[in-house]
Design a protein around this ligand. Structure first.
Ligand code: SF4
Length: 77
């Protein structure tokens, strides 16, 4: 099972919580805004698929974002 992760960059205010607390999934981009780890991107820095073992970490990032700029949706196997 993978999960589709997306970051709404216009909502992100660069607090850094997601990439500090979930650093395998999120990375710091220009001006401190969150981007997806390049390894998991699909076309854009703001969305892609993460593997099963990183879904809990992706969810941790989503839960920690103060402005709910992160979405994680599990996809069928
Ligand atoms: S936790 Fe939210 S607001 Fe903070 S850097 Fe990550 S996406 Fe941006």
């Amino acid at each position: 099972m993978t999960a589709r992760v997306s970051i709404n960059s216009s909502e992100c205010f660069a607090c850094g919580l997601c990439y500090v607390l979930a650093p395998d999934v999120f990375v710091e981009g220009p001006e401190g805004k969150a981007e997806l780890n390049p390894r998991y991107r699909s076309g854009s820095p703001y969305e892609g698929l993460v593997p099963d073992e990183l879904v809990p970490e992706a969810v941790r990032g989503m839960m920690t974002c103060p402005v709910k700029a992160i979405d994680v949706v599990e996809e069928g196997a």
